[in-house]
Every structure is written in structure tokens, then in C-alpha cells.
Ligand binder design. Structure first.
Ligand code: PAF
Length: 290
């Protein structure tokens, strides 16, 4: 019998307390542990992170925790989609070793006072319109790293800025962890996979295709020789607002590492955008001149 088949027959362990999770992590001593933090409602994008961990590490831990401190007051914390049973089924059949699913009070007990703030790269893009987002993300991710104690962690490039924040935190705080970047996964029609797509009406889902299409248009214009960021941004804006009810949060053409805006596309460049459609805020990005 193949090792992968054998692995799928081992029951996935579940932990909700820090103590249980740490006990399981201790039992993995001497082996490589991969970790995929998520907020649940798993789709193929998440599963591509899981698959990469499974093929890189001896053991894979996935967490599901909808982190309240990364949501602003008027954001979608209360309507964030969930499907625990479906998630468990997906993780079990993929061969994940452990699901860590802590309660809110486990992560933020009464009297919790310590936060992680990564400067500068959190001032642009999503950090502008969602001011507490990355403080919340960095804080919960560091806590999860300390509880799970992985050597390898897997994050998707769909959340490009989040990845940059995690990489910076890992470097600055001397964490012995390899951060693996996993490419963005799209639906067959080009829409970037996101748990938040669930909250789109059929009409809004159709309109949401303008995000990936505007990125494709920009790529094509760059291939044909356009370099001025302002021109590229304007045509992306026109493409998106041709649909009614689209509220552009930002369109950024920037350096993929510093996330500083650039005026001319010369070398490797990140094009990223966030758009509100109805009550959903979607993000997407691509790299050009790679
Ligand atoms: O990308 C997410 O799902 C979340 O921001 C994360 C990394 C699980 C932290 O809550």
C-alpha cells in the first residue's frame, strides 16, 4: 500500500485547546511540521496550500479560526461564511494530520494585551482602508505559530500584502520558520477563489469577473508597450466601473516587495486591487514583467 493511502486511513486529530495542540506538536518532535492557518470555509485555494504542505512535510496542521481582531467595526465578521463539517471532510480526505480549531477565549483570554505591529508595508493597499487588519493578522499568526510550532508555513499569494507582512514578521522576530508562497487559484472563468465569493449574488458574481479581466487587460497593455501606471490604472478603473455598483477601494501598481507605488512599469511589478461589490469586498492581483 502507498504511503499516501496509508496516511489517509489515519484519523485526523482535532485540538481546540492550546494544551492539546502543544501536546500533539510535542509528539511530532524530530519530524517536519507544516502549518496552514485559515479562517475556514475551505476552497481549492486553501487546499492547494494544504497539498503543498502535505508534499513538503511529515505532518500537516491546519487551523480554522475566524480572527475577530482583524475585522473592523463595520466589516463582515458576523457573516463570515462557515461550513465546519465540509471543511473537516476536505481536510480528512486530503490526509491532514491535525485540525486546530481554538475558541475565541483560547486565543484572546480575558486580559489579553499584546499585539504585533509590522510597520510601513502595512500603510498601503488594504492597510489604508482596513487599518487594524494587519495588526490583527500578525498577532494571531504569531500566536498560532507559537502554539503549533511548525518549521514550514504556507500562505497564498492572493493575499499578497498579508504574505509580505508575515515574511517581514518572521524575518524581524527571528522565527525559525520557512514561509512558502503558493500561487493564487482561480475559478475556471478567472475569478480569484475566496471564501467571500459565497456572499455574492449571481449578478454580483458576474460583475466580479471585471476584477480579473481588468488585470488581464493591464497585462496585455504592458505587453504592447504601455508603461505609465496612471494610464494603466485609469483603464482598469474604466473597465471595472463599466459595471454598476462597483466601489473601487484601490488599484495599486507597485513594487512587489516594498509595496511602494511606482509611476512606470519597468521591471517586476505587482498590480493589486480591492473592490466592493454589494456587501462583499474582493481583492485580486497579478505580477507583471516577472
Ligand atoms: O488569510 C487568512 O485566512 C487569515 O488572514 C489568517 C492568515 C488565517 C489569519 O487570521
Amino acid at each position: 500500500m502507498m504511503v499516501a493511502e496509508l496516511k489517509q486511513q489515519v484519523l485526523m486529530q482535532k485540538a481546540s485547546s492550546t494544551r492539546t495542540m502543544k501536546r500533539i506538536s510535542n509528539s511530532f518532535h524530530g519530524t517536519s511540521v507544516g502549518f496552514v492557518p485559515t479562517m475556514g470555509y475551505l476552497h481549492e485555494g486553501h487546499m492547494s496550500l494544504v497539498k503543498q504542505s502535505l508534499s513538503t512535510c511529515d505532518h500537516t496542521v491546519v487551523s480554522i479560526f475566524v480572527n475577530p481582531i482583524q475585522f473592523g467595526a463595520n466589516e463582515d465578521l458576523d457573516v463570515y461564511p462557515h461550513d465546519l463539517e465540509g471543511d473537516i471532510e476536505k481536510l480528512e480526505s486530503a490526509g491532514v494530520d491535525v485540525l486546530f480549531q481554538p475558541h475565541r477565549e483560547t486565543i484572546y483570554p480575558k486580559g489579553f494585551k499584546t499585539y504585533v505591529q509590522v510597520d510601513e508595508i502595512t500603510d498601503q493597499l488594504c492597510g489604508t482602508s482596513r487599518p487594524g487588519l494587519f495588526k490583527g493578522v500578525a498577532t494571531v499568526v504569531l500566536k498560532l505559530f507559537n502554539i503549533v510550532r511548525p518549521q514550514h508555513v504556507f500562505f497564498g499569494e492572493k493575499d499578497w500584502q498579508q504574505l509580505a507582512v508575515i515574511e517581514t514578521m518572521v524575518r524581524d522576530l527571528n522565527l525559525d520558520i520557512s514561509v512558502h508562497r503558493v500561487p493564487l487559484v482561480r475559478e475556471p472563468d478567472g475569478l480569484a477563489m475566496s471564501s467571500r465569493n459565497l456572499n455574492l449574488s449571481a449578478e454580483d458574481r458576474q460583475k466580479a469577473l471585471s476584477l480579473s479581466r481588468s488585470l488581464e487587460d493591464a497585462k496585455e497593455k504592458i505587453r504592447q508597450g504601455t508603461t505609465a501606471a496612471s494610464q494603466l490604472k485609469q483603464s482598469m478603473k474604466d473597465r471595472i466601473t463599466a459595471e454598476s455598483g462597483m466601489q473601487i477601494d484601490y488599484i495599486s501598481i507597485c513594487d512587489p516587495i516594498s509595496l511602494q507605488e511606482i509611476e512606470e512599469v519597468k521591471g517586476r511589478t505587482l498590480i493589486a486591487l480591492a473592490v466592493k461589490i454589494g456587501s462583499s469586498r474582493l481583492i485580486d492581483n497579478c505580477i507583471v514583467k516577472d
